[in-house]
Design a protein around this ligand. Structure first.
Ligand SMILES: Cc1cc2nc3c(=O)[nH]c(=O)nc-3n(C[C@H](O)[C@H](O)[C@H](O)COP(=O)(O)OP(=O)(O)OC[C@H]3O[C@@H](n4cnc5c(N)ncnc54)[C@H](O)[C@@H]3O)c2cc1C
Length: 98
C-alpha cells in the first residue's frame, strides 16, 4: 500500500498532466517539458478543479486573458485539490478564455 501510494503520488500528476501537452503542446513546449517529466527531473500537474467546480467543468470560473502585446496570459482565479500542485514545475490549467 505504501509503494502504491508513493508511485501514485509521484506519477499521478504526470499521468493526467502530460496528455494535454503531448496532444496540444507546441513543439517548443513539448521539447521543454516532456523529456524532463519522463526522466523524473521535473513534475507536472493538471489543474481543473476549483472550490466552485469539480465534476461540473462548465462551472469553472478561472479566466485567462491575453495581454495587449499578445505575449502573455493573465490568469485570474483559483484552483484546488490539485495532485502534486504544491511542488510542480509546470501547471496545465483548464481556464475560460474569451
Ligand atoms: C485525491 C484527489 C486528487 C485530486 N487531484 C486532482 C487533480 O490533480 N486535478 C484536478 O483538477 N482535480 C483533482 N481532484 C479533484 C477532483 O477531480 C474533484 O474532486 C472531482 O472532480 C469531483 O468534484 P467535487 O469534489 O467538486 O465534487 P462534485 O462535482 O460536487 O460532486 C459531488 C457528488 O455529486 C455527484 N455529481 C456531480 N455532478 C453530477 C451530475 N451532473 N449528475 C449526477 N451526479 C453528479 C458526484 O458524482 C459526486 O458524488 C482531486 C481529488 C482528490 C480526492
Amino acid at each position: 500500500m505504501l509503494i502504491l501510494g508513493s508511485i501514485t503520488g509521484l506519477q499521478a500528476g504526470a499521468i493526467i498532466g502530460l496528455p494535454p501537452v503531448l496532444n496540444f503542446g507546441s513543439p517548443e513546449v513539448k521539447a521543454r517539458i516532456v523529456p524532463e517529466v519522463f526522466s523524473g527531473k521535473k513534475f507536472i500537474c493538471l489543474a481543473i478543479s476549483e472550490a466552485f467546480a469539480g465534476s461540473d467543468v462548465m462551472g469553472l470560473k478561472t479566466t485567462a486573458k491575453k495581454t495587449e502585446d499578445g505575449k502573455h496570459w493573465i490568469v485570474t482565479g483559483t484552483k484546488k485539490w490539485i495532485t502534486n500542485g504544491q511542488y510542480v514545475n509546470a501547471v496545465i490549467p483548464l481556464l475560460r478564455a474569451p
